[in-house]
Design a protein around this ligand. Structure first.
Ligand SMILES: NC(=O)c1ccc[n+]([C@@H]2O[C@H](COP(=O)([O-])OP(=O)(O)OC[C@H]3O[C@@H](n4cnc5c(N)ncnc54)[C@H](O)[C@@H]3O)[C@@H](O)[C@H]2O)c1
Length: 446
């Protein structure tokens, strides 16, 4: 979808106006292309905590070049700081000592990752306070770093120290172009090990079967494409009226397709039967299909309310329950929901939609402690993504939605898809119970 402001501001006159009038100046984001190295540059490691050895191992495994000390005049693609050694508020000065001298040495679209201990898993009150403080630091740095760069905090449970590779591979690479200011937890729900080490990071999903609902277009189509790129066989599902689009996407991806309305009474059983007969089971289930029926509550009709809840929330619940009941989700499986910023911040005219999407977050919370055999549940919460849905939003509302984030631009469907591929990675077993926003660090509900 066209973002005319971004095209205009990148011209010489536009750059002059942006500088003098303080207008948003969105930097073209670097995105991953098949065959590219995961990180095109070197990452500087800092901090002094229990993770240092594990971090070096993880980066080596991923083929990411790293150094322990920055050299004067060099430019770097990323900074990774192990803050697990910070045990008191006075110790937080280590952040300033490491980061301040580095901030001007960063290349465009650089990545910053701070690793800490989940505050509730610390040994003393002082340590808990200091670890919680990391959140304010990273969220603020995300808002000031600029030039397409991003910042994250990853809380690693002590037993999950060796399970950070898939998350670092995602956060340090252009795959996370439109994700910033997030707080991610690894090993917070008991799963602390990597069930299946990845030998080839370019096709981590080789041999896996993935279901994607709403796969005929938009974000769902991109999810199917990225999971296929990463090696999975994709079963795309969509409504009968989208059958020909669905079929052509899935044919292109050598995948499988099933046309049905996911809200019908027997949809979970039909999906389960199809999966059992054709694939013997499923490894990745992505509940992407979604609808909006926007109206202020004063004007809301019951069918607009009920259909939104049925597609966005009840169907994912019922399909997941059926697949689990029939033991069709393979060990180390992945269940992935698609929430929305509206489910976090609320949105005018979207009481039904926001309720359904907040419910998706509840769905993640309710299952994260219950699942067994390395099966995880996580969700993405997209912000403003450039799709047909957002192109239909009135101009001024659209412009506000696009610019009101730290990267001053909308995201692309592929940004949501890459985040889902990180959850889906077999090495992400310890990434459970997370809701990560794909929103360029939007100001709403932050
Ligand atoms: N576009 C955004 O900015 C944005 C922001 C936040 C969240 N999301 C969420 O991302 C997901 C995808 O959004 P999109 O923009 O690609 O939407 P879209 O309307 O382009 O695609 C949705 C797909 O779901 C399918 N679908 C709808 N009802 C169905 C049903 N009952 N059974 C089977 N399939 C059904 C549709 O046919 C369509 O192919 C949705 O869950 C949406 O709520 C989108």
């Amino acid at each position: 979808m066209s973002d005319r402001y971004s095209s205009l501001i990148r011209t010489p006159v536009g750059q002059l106006l942006a500088k003098n009038l303080g207008l948003p100046n969105p930097v073209p984001l670097e995105r991953y292309r098949e065959g590219d190295p995961l990180v095109d540059g070197t990452v500087v490691l800092g901090g002094n905590g229990r993770l240092s050895g594990a971090l070096t191992d993880a980066l080596d495994d991923l083929g990411i070049a790293s150094v322990k000390a920055a050299s004067e005049g060099e430019r770097y693609k990323g900074l990774v700081f192990d803050a697990t050694g910070i045990e008191s508020s006075a110790g937080l000065v280590e952040l300033q000592r490491f980061f301040t001298p580095q901030m001007r040495s960063l290349e465009q679209c650089a990545r910053i990752v701070v690793l800490g201990t989940p505050p509730e898993m610390t040994n003393t009150n002082e340590e808990r306070v200091a670890q919680r403080a990391l959140e304010g630091f990273t969220r603020s740095l995300g808002k000031e770093v600029g030039r397409g760069s991003t910042v994250h905090l990853v809380y690693v449970a002590p037993a999950a120290d060796a399970a950070t590779a898939s998350t670092l591979g995602f956060l340090l690479s252009p795959k996370s172009a439109y994700v910033s200011g997030q707080v991610i937890r690894i090993g917070a729900h008991g799963e602390t090990t990597v069930a299946e080490p990845v030998t080839d990071w370019t096709t981590p999903l080789a041999g896996k079967v993935a279901i994607v609902t709403g796969a005929s277009r938009g974000i769902g189509e991109q999810i199917a494409r990225v999971l296929h790129r990463d090696g999975a066989t994709v079963l795309g599902i969509d409504v009968p009226r989208a059958a020909s689009e669905l079929q052509s996407v899935m044919n292109e991806l050598d995948g499988d397709h099933l046309t049905l309305d996911i809200t019908t009474k027997d949809a979970p059983q039909r999906i389960a039967k199809h999966v059992e007969d054709k694939h013997g089971g499923v490894d990745i289930v992505v509940h992407n299909a979604g609808i909006t029926r926007d109206k202020k509550l004063a004007n809301m009709k019951e069918d607009g309310w009920a259909s939104t809840i049925a597609v966005n929330l009840t169907a994912p619940e019922r399909i997941t329950a059926e697949l689990l009941k029939q033991a069709l989700v393979n060990a180390n499986g992945r269940i992935i929901g698609v929430a929305s910023i509206a489910g976090i911040a609320g949105n005018l005219g979207q009481t039904n939609y926001a309720a359904s999407k907040a419910g998706v977050i509840g769905f993640v919370d309710s299952l994260a402690d219950e699942l067994e055999n390395g099966i995880t549940v996580n969700a993405v919460a997209p912000g403003f993504i450039e799709t047909k849905m957002t192109a239909a939003v009135p101009l001024m509302t659209r412009e506000v939605g696009r610019r009101l984030n730290a990267l001053s631009q909308g995201g692309l469907p592929v940004d949501v898809a890459e985040t889902i591929a990180w959850y889906a990675n077999p090495a992400s077993t310890a990434v459970n119970g997370n809701v990560v926003r794909v929103c360029g660090q939007m100001m709403l509900g932050a």
